[in-house]
Structures are given as C-alpha cells and as structure tokens.
Design a protein around this ligand. Structure first.
Ligand code: ADP
Length: 301
C-alpha cells in the first residue's frame, strides 16, 4: 500500500514508529507536513499538491494532526477523503474530539461517565455556576488547552471565582469541573484501536501536582483495567467515531469518568509502559480496513 502520514515532524517518536511499522510490512510511506499541502477544491476532480507534485494514488492516510493545526489539518484530511483515500481517523471525528465542549456533550448524550462539568462564556452569576457543579474544590480548564496547560485546581469558592473571572476576562471560554480528588493525581490512558482497548497505562502525577500528563513530569506504568473502564473507553471512542484514539479516564467514586478523547495519541508513553508494538497494530488495522473509498463520510459534515 501507499500510505501518507500527516505529521509536521518526521523526528517525532510516534511518526518514526509508524514509518518503521509500515516499512516492515512492505508498504511505501510518505510523511507530509499538512501545512505544506495545498489543494484544488473542484467538484469534478479534487486534487492535492505538495512541493509542486500531485499527490495521487494513496491508499491510506494516517493523520497525526497537532492541536495547533487542527483547522487546516482537518481540511487537508477532508480533501484526501474526498479523493477516496482511506483515513485512519476521519476528519469529522477529529473535529468532534478536538472541541472539548462538543465532545463532552456528545459523550453525555450517550450516557458515558463524565465528571460533573459546567461551561460558561459570560455568566452573570459565577456564584451560581460554581454551585451548579457542586462547589469547590473545582478544576477549571481553558477550552483550548493541551498537555495540562490551562488546567487549574482551585480549592475554595473564592479561588474558583477569581480564576473563572480572569479566564473570562481574557475572553477565554472555560470548563468548570468537579475535582476528582480520589483519583489521587493519576489517570488511565486506554489506547483504542478498531473498537478494542489494545493497551492501557496509568499515569501518576509528580508529588504535589494533580495533573498526570507525561509532559508535566507524570510517570507511566502498566495497569489492569476493569471491565467497566474498558466499556467506557470503547463507548467513548465509538461516540467520537474514532478508529484509533487514547481515552483518558479518572477513577472516581461514582465510577470511571472520561476526561478527554485524544485523536492523535502519542505512542512513546504507551509502547514503553506496556512493551507492546502499537505502531504495528495501527498499520495492521489500516491494512485490513483501507479499501479505496471505504471512508464513512467521504469528507461530509
Ligand atoms: P489536557 O487536555 O490539557 O491534558 P486534561 O483535561 O486532560 O487537560 O487535564 C490534565 C490532567 O489534569 C489530567 O491528566 C488529570 O491528571 C488532571 N485532571 C484534569 N481534570 C481533572 C479533574 N476534574 N479531577 C482531577 N484531576 C483532573
């Protein structure tokens, strides 16, 4: 097969591993920087160009689109879908998952366990907003944040009020969420491929920190998940429509709650913690599913 990997940096661990796994299975693989792709959006024959060349004949595209390039990246992916190229994850599913608010609303509609979460743009009554989600302590998150940046723990109502006020004062929309204290600074990353949890790890925040992101110094280790956690991860992936994703779950005293569904989950942490060849599993999934034109939406939506 001829496979395109949409990635801005060929040196990234995840990109390198996918290239290795594709080559090991005798596929031809191209790494394309999404921002350098340009396209002709014609109704007769949509095309994609890259450094002066027509990008045609691809069987599959593996999007690794960073949060900062979601808008253009999903447009490029949509163009590939319109050209009949099989996307590992569809553009519409990535767009759903990237919008934290939309993702939470879709998950709540499907009855997936979630932390109690409020969302506000310009509330006239912040006190009521805080009461609505059960009061302090609360976690307040910038809608646009990633890797734990813009995620703040507030212990008291006064702190919560002043953080909400300052976020809103900066014209940044914020999520106001129940603090899952009992998670003890750890979360569980379930790696889902094709509706199955193929690997999972527990990430533990460093001493004195509640955010377990590996980018914030968190440490990963193997974990055995419960069947309820497995079901939660699978139904979160299905709700988003993602073939491959990382579902982040907190162990709360009202059951597993989903914090986020990551449509470009990193491979380094999970491969190292579990010793599994996740890249090979992804390539296998592409091999089985990439029949030309086998995209559900073909760029719709
Ligand atoms: P990001 O998308 O920036 O990583 P997250 O929402 O995943 O932001 O939060 C970062 C980390 O903070 C999580 O991995 C988790 O460890 C911790 N965290 C986030 N929300 C909560 C919460 N409601 N209760 C307890 N811990 C939380």
């Amino acid at each position: 097969m001829k496979i395109a990997i949409l990635s801005r940096n060929p040196k990234l661990y995840s990109t390198r591993r996918l290239v290795e796994a594709a080559k090991a299975n005798c596929h031809r693989v191209w790494i394309l920087d999404v921002l350098r792709c340009y396209m002709n959006i014609t109704s007769a024959k949509p095309t994609m160009h890259y450094k002066g060349r027509d990008l045609s004949g691809f069987d599959a595209v593996i999007p690794r689109i960073g949060a900062s390039v979601t808008f253009y990246g999903t447009a490029v992916l949509r163009q590939f879908e319109m050209m009949g190229v099989y996307p590992l994850n569809e553009s519409v599913a990535i767009t759903r998952a990237r919008d934290k608010l939309r993702a939470l609303q879709l998950l709540s509609r499907k009855g997936v366990g979630l932390p109690i979460t409020g969302f506000a743009n310009k509330p006239d009554d912040i006190d009521d907003l805080i009461k609505m989600v059960g009061g302090a302590p609360l976690v307040i998150k910038l809608l646009q944040g990633t890797q734990g940046i813009g995620v703040v723990l507030t212990e008291t109502r006064e702190q919560a009020e002043s953080v909400i006020e300052s976020f809103l004062g900066l014209k940044a929309s914020a999520l106001v969420q129940e603090y899952i204290k009992e998670a003890g600074g750890s979360d569980i990353r379930c790696f889902v491929i094709g509706g199955k949890v193929v690997a999972s790890m527990q990430r533990q925040a460093v001493e004195g920190e509640f955010r377990s992101n590996l980018h914030r110094g968190g440490k990963a280790k193997l974990v055995k998940i419960t069947s309820l956690e497995r079901e939660t991860a699978i139904s979160a992936a299905k709700t988003m429509g993602l073939n491959v994703c990382g579902v982040d779950i907190l162990r709360s005293n009202h059951g597993p709650v989903v914090m986020e569904v990551n449509s470009s989950p990193g491979l380094k942490g999970i491969e190292r913690a579990t010793n599994k060849d996740i890249a090979a599993m992804i390539i296998k999934f592409v091999e089985v599913n990439a029949q030309k034109g086998n995209t559900r939406t073909r760029g719709k939506g």
